[in-house]
Design a binder for this molecule. Structure first.
Ligand code: ARG
Length: 447
C-alpha cells in the first residue's frame, strides 16, 4: 500500500511538472500599473472617495493618490475603472471549498471519493475568485484538501483565491462532524484513521488531533461546539464539548500561532467557546443577552451565514436533503437572522462568512442583501467582508483594504453598492496580487 502510494505521488508529481512547464505560474514581477478609480471604497473608513489613481507595483499597492494632482507617466499601463466603484477584494471567512451544493442525498457519502471532491474544489476556487472573493477561509475540508488547494493556488498551478486552510472540523463522537450515524454494526468512517484527524473526545485526544492537523499544514483549527443542522441525530441548540475540552483546543491552536473557529448554533455552545478563548463563533444562531455580553467582553468575532436558509429550504430539498435536516433548518433559520440583527445593534465584531458549499460557490455575495436587510449599512457589510474579515483571519498586513503596502487584491462593480449592495453580486473586474484575473468592465468602457 505504501509503495503504491508513493508511485502514485511520483506520477502525479511528474504530471504536475509537465503542466508547470507548459503553463508557467503567472508572476506579477515589478511592473507598475495605474488604476483609475471613479469611486473608491478602500475599507479604511465607511466613506467613498471619487477620482483616485491606485498605483500597483508588482503584487502590492504602492500608493493611492487623487487623480487631479497626479499625472500618469506616458506609455504606462492604465486600467480605466473611472466609471466604476473600486473596492478591496472580498473575503469569505466560512467556506467549504470541496463541498458541493447538489449533494444532499445521503448516498453520496458512500459513492464520492476524495478525488471527486478535489476536482470539484478546483472549479469552486475559480468561481469564487471570479465572483470577487480574493481570499477565503476554508473551515472544514477532507484531510487535507484545503491545504493542498492553498498550495497549488500559491504555486500558480490553478487559479483561485488566497486560502486560509483548516482540516476537518474537530467533533465529539456522534457530533456535528461525525457523519457515522448508521446502525452500530455498520462501520462507516469518513476518513481513514479518523481519530487522528477529526473525532476527539477528552482534552488529550483533542490535543492530539489539533497537533496532527498542524503537522499536516493547516492555518486554522475548526471545532464543533454545538450540534448542527446538516448532521444527523444531534440538536443545533445542544452544546458539544465541555468548556475544559474547548480550552484545550484553543490553547493548542494558539500555542502553534493558529486561530481557532467554533461552530455553535446554541447559546451554551457559544458561551463555552467564548470563555475558552476561541477566536470566532460560526453560525451564532440562537444568541441570548449573555452571549452578547461575553462576545463583547472577549472581542470574539461572529461569522453568521444568514443567506443559507433560502437555499437549504429551496434547492437543497430538491437535491434530497433528509426531512430531519429540513426540520432543524426551520428551527434555526429565521432565528439566526434575528440574532444577526441583535448582534449588529449590540456593536459586536462581525466578519463575513457564508458556508459556501452548502449553497453553490460563486454565489457568496448574495448574503450582502440579507446583512443589510437585517441591520447593517452597506458600508458595514462590506467592511465585514474586507477589513474585519482580514483582522479575523490574521492577514491585515496583506489584505482587506486598499492602502500602500497591501496586496493589490482589487475588484470593481458598475453599480453603486452604497445604494444597492446587490451590485456586489456582479463583480466585473478582479485583480489578485497585481494580476488581472477578470475584466468585463474596462473592455466595455471608452478606452
Ligand atoms: N453547516 C451548518 C450546519 O449544518 C449550516 C447551517 C445552515 N443554516 C443556517 N441557517 N445558517 O449546522
Amino acid at each position: 500500500m505504501k509503495i503504491k502510494t508513493s508511485i502514485l505521488s511520483l506520477i502525479l508529481l511528474g504530471a504536475a511538472s509537465v503542466c508547470a512547464l507548459a503553463q508557467p505560474a503567472a508572476k506579477a514581477g515589478s511592473h507598475t500599473t495605474y488604476i483609475r478609480a471613479g469611486h473608491l471604497f478602500d475599507s479604511t473608513s465607511d466613506t467613498v472617495r471619487d477620482n483616485v489613481v491606485i498605483v500597483v507595483t508588482g503584487d502590492r499597492i504602492q500608493s493611492v493618490v487623487p487623480a487631479a494632482s497626479f499625472t500618469v507617466p506616458a506609455g504606462s499601463t492604465v486600467i480605466d475603472l473611472s466609471k466604476s466603484t473600486v473596492l478591496p477584494g472580498l473575503i469569505d471567512c466560512h467556506t467549504h471549498m470541496a463541498a458541493r451544493a447538489d449533494r444532499y442525498d445521503e448516498i453520496y457519502r458512500f459513492k464520492d471519493t476524495p478525488f471527486s471532491a478535489a476536482f470539484a474544489a478546483v472549479v469552486h476556487a475559480n468561481k469564487t475568485l471570479e465572483a470577487g472573493f480574493t481570499s477565503v477561509r476554508d473551515v472544514g475540508s477532507p484531510p487535507f484538501m484545503a491545504v493542498d488547494l492553498r498550495n497549488s493556488i500559491n504555486e500558480g498551478l490553478i487559479p483561485g483565491p488566497r486560502i486560509v486552510a483548516s482540516g476537518p472540523g474537530i467533533s465529539i463522537t456522534g457530533g456535528h462532524g461525525d457523519l457515522n450515524n448508521y446502525s452500530p454494526q455498520t462501520r462507516v468512517t469518513m476518513f481513514p484513521e479518523e481519530h487522528d484527524y477529526h473525532i476527539a473526545d477528552g482534552a488529550d485526544q483533542i490535543r492530539h488531533v489539533v497537533r496532527s492537523q498542524i503537522k499536516y499544514g493547516v492555518d486554522v483549527i475548526k471545532i464543533m461546539a454545538s450540534g448542527g443542522v446538516l448532521s444527523k441525530g444531534d440538536s443545533p441548540g445542544a452544546p458539544q464539548y465541555t468548556l475544559e475540552e474547548l480550552k484545550a483546543a484553543a490553547e493548542e491552536a494558539h500555542m502553534a500561532g493558529r486561530k481557532i473557529a467554533a461552530h455553535a448554533h446554541g447559546a451554551q455552545g457559544m458561551k463555552n467557546a467564548i470563555l475558552a478563548g476561541i477566536d470566532s463563533i460560526e453560525h451564532a444562531s440562537l444568541i441570548d443577552d449573555e452571549v452578547i455580553r461575553l462576545a463583547k467582553e472577549h472581542g470574539t468575532y461572529l461569522v453568521m451565514d444568514i443567506y443559507n436558509d433560502d437555499y437549504i429550504l429551496g434547492k437543497a430539498i430538491e437535491f434530497g436533503l433528509p426531512k430531519e435536516n429540513v426540520e432543524k433548518e426551520r428551527m434555526v433559520g429565521q432565528r439566526q437572522r434575528e440574532s444577526f440583527e441583535r448582534a449588529v445593534k449590540a456593536g459586536l465584531k462581525m466578519a463575513f462568512g457564508t458556508d459556501a458549499g452548502v449553497y453553490p460557490h460563486g454565489d457568496n455575495a448574495k448574503q450582502f442583501f440579507y446583512m443589510v436587510k437585517f441591520g447593517m449599512t452597506p458600508a458595514q457589510a462590506i467592511r465585514a467582508a474586507t477589513s474585519s474579515a482580514a483582522d479575523l483571519i490574521g492577514r491585515s498586513k496583506d489584505v482587506g483594504t486598499i492602502e500602500p503596502g497591501k496586496f493589490a487584491d482589487i475588484i470593481a462593480v458598475s453599480g453603486d453598492p452604497m445604494q444597492d449592495v446587490r451590485a456586489l453580486e456582479n463583480v466585473g473586474f478582479v485583480m489578485k496580487g497585481g494580476l488581472v484575473v477578470k475584466d468585463n468592465i474596462t473592455a466595455k468602457s471608452a478606452r
